[in-house]
Design a protein. Structure first.
Length: 524
């Protein structure tokens, strides 16, 4: 009997292509739009407006005036618990500033400014943030993971380099440096200070991956999610239907005992995050001087040893689900790097071991989908990337070989070598301070070549090729969704992550077998 019910339930949910909207939803929406504004809300808005206007100016007896505003807010908002709490706290601090001489007026202004989050438009904004956060959370974690890897690598590499100590001497400075680079704020000067090919490479890859790839994909996800919500979850287009099917499948199976949790259990992801990022900050506190850090070495060896055992179990474990994971060569390579290889390097050179150990974050559920989706998208974008860098290299070679001849400037820092020209042209492509770079070219009169090459290069690289790459990346990128399933006799339970296609195939074969078994029992 349970098999019959389970079969009908799965078959109905998997084959349902339309969702009937309840008529009452439209009525309730119209009714909600017709709710009158309460008088106390009008007074609350007026008092908040007076509060903000008063905060912008300095005048005599301002403390007394603000205390009066807080008192009026307390009387007006006494029926709302959150508003009442903000008003009471601000009023108490205001009296402390007024009668006891404590400098608390600024604190009262900060507290009352937070009260704006209780307004309906703020609540609506918070709901939208919660909605989109669930969609971009994995991408945000992945970006933070990449930023930490870049910051850790550059801090270890440039630790003793006095030329760039303002950028990479500590982990905190490296993080700020890469946040600055993410915003394209004078980022090229950072690499030019190091004058090192490794620094050029890390910054260029970081810019292309984070700023022109992941950030634009995040913006696309935000827009698409909000538009999807406004459409009322209609299933009349393919995109919305696929999302609905993924939601149905995620409800059919439950998230337990994932395949890459064969040792630690259901807290695999959280433990990996804590240990990995904790290891980074411990190494930062040691200032990358690991010679006397025996405790850190012991912790790192224990972590790498456990993950090596985890990798061995993953290799030896029998079953179709584990066979499916072993077919993913990229994931298995990351398991190997974060386990056995990290263990070996921790004994030889602890900084490299810590960096390799950090790669286990890419095997967690939050990051894996983004990582695999990025790898799967490379075949679509590689021709465009090849074309882009081919043009950059071609123009860089021309400027490197002919710069002195058509400008007459023998000493300059932007086009002194091929790789220096390459790096400079990437900077111009991102429009970072490009005017100061090309100004020496224009200072020499009688040379028409700079007036032709630079505008054409900016137009092709930034306005056409780079924006085309952004559009294609947003179009082709799909986060690989993973769901958990487990096969135990006639039930669908969970054991590990598999892709959406594998899950569909598994459930289809399961339903077919269940249907055949049911019909076979009914036959005489």
């Amino acid at each position: 009997m349970f098999s019959q019910i389970k079969y009908k339930q799965l078959e109905t949910e998997l084959t349902e292509h339309e969702v009937q909207l309840h008529p009452s939803s439209n009525n309730s929406e119209v009714h909600s739009n017709q709710i009158p504004v309460r008088p106390d809300n009008k007074y609350k808005t007026l008092l908040m407006l007076v509060f903000y206007i008063g905060s912008f100016f300095k005048f005599n007896d301002e403390t007394l005036i603000f205390v009066g505003i807080y008192l009026l807010m307390l009387l007006n908002n006494r029926q709302n618990t959150s508003d009442l709490v903000f008003a009471v706290v601000a009023l108490i601090l205001g009296f402390g500033h007024l009668f006891f001489g404590f400098n608390l007026l600024g604190m009262t202004q900060i507290i009352m400014s937070i009260d704006i989050l209780t307004f309906p438009f703020s609540q609506r904004m918070i709901r939208e943030i919660k909605l989109v956060w669930s969609e971009i959370m994995n991408l945000a974690i992945t970006m933070f993971f990449i930023l930490c890897i870049c910051a850790y690598s550059t801090t270890a590499y440039y630790y003793d380099n006095k030329k760039v100590e303002i950028f990479y001497s500590t982990f905190s400075r490296s993080v700020l440096t890469f946040v600055q680079t993410l915003s394209l704020d004078d980022w090229a000067q950072i690499g030019r200070e190091s004058d090192d090919l490794v620094g050029y490479f890390i910054l260029c890859v970081y810019i292309l991956l984070m700023t022109y790839f992941y950030l634009n994909i995040m913006m696309g996800i935000l827009i698409e999610t909000l538009q999807f919500e406004k459409k009322g979850n209609h299933l009349d287009d393919r995109f919305n239907y696929e999302i609905n099917q993924q939601q149905i499948l995620s409800e059919l199976v439950k998230d337990q005992n994932l395949f890459d949790k064969c040792i630690i259990g259901n807290y695999y992801q959280y433990i990996v995050f804590i240990i990995s990022f904790g290891g980074i900050f411990i190494s930062i506190l040691e200032n990358f001087d690991h010679g006397d850090s025996t405790s850190e070495l012991v912790i790192e060896l224990i972590d790498d040893g456990l993950y090596t055992i985890h990798f061995i179990i993953l290799i030896l474990k029998k079953g179709p689900i584990y066979d499916l994971e072993r077919k993913n060569k990229i994931m298995m390579l990351l398991h190997f790097i974060a386990g056995p290889l990290s263990l070996i390097y921790s004994l030889i050179f602890l900084e490299i071991g810590c960096l390799l150990n950090l790669l286990k974050i890419a095997t967690t559920p939050s990051v894996k989908g983004i990582f695999v989706g990025t790898i799967d998208m490379l075949p679509f974008l590689m021709p465009q990337f090849t074309q882009l860098f081919g043009i950059i290299m071609f123009i860089a070679s021309i400027l490197t070989s002919n710069y002195s001849s058509y400008t007459g400037l023998k000493q300059q820092k932007y086009f002194s070598s091929f790789w220096g020209s390459f790096y400079t042209l990437v900077q111009i492509m991102t429009l970072d301070d490009w005017g100061n770079i090309v100004e020496p070219m224009y200072s020499k009169h009688g040379y028409i070549l700079p007036y032709i090459i630079i505008p054409i290069y900016i137009f092709l690289s930034n306005f056409i090729i780079l924006n085309t790459l952004i559009a294609l990346s947003c179009e082709y990128f799909v986060e690989v969704k993973y769901y958990s399933i487990e096969k135990e006799q006639n039930y669908v339970r969970c054991s590990q992550f598999v892709g959406i296609d594998e899950l569909m195939n598994y459930l289809s074969s399961y339903l077919s077998a269940l249907k055949y078994s049911y019909s076979h029992r009914q036959s005489p």
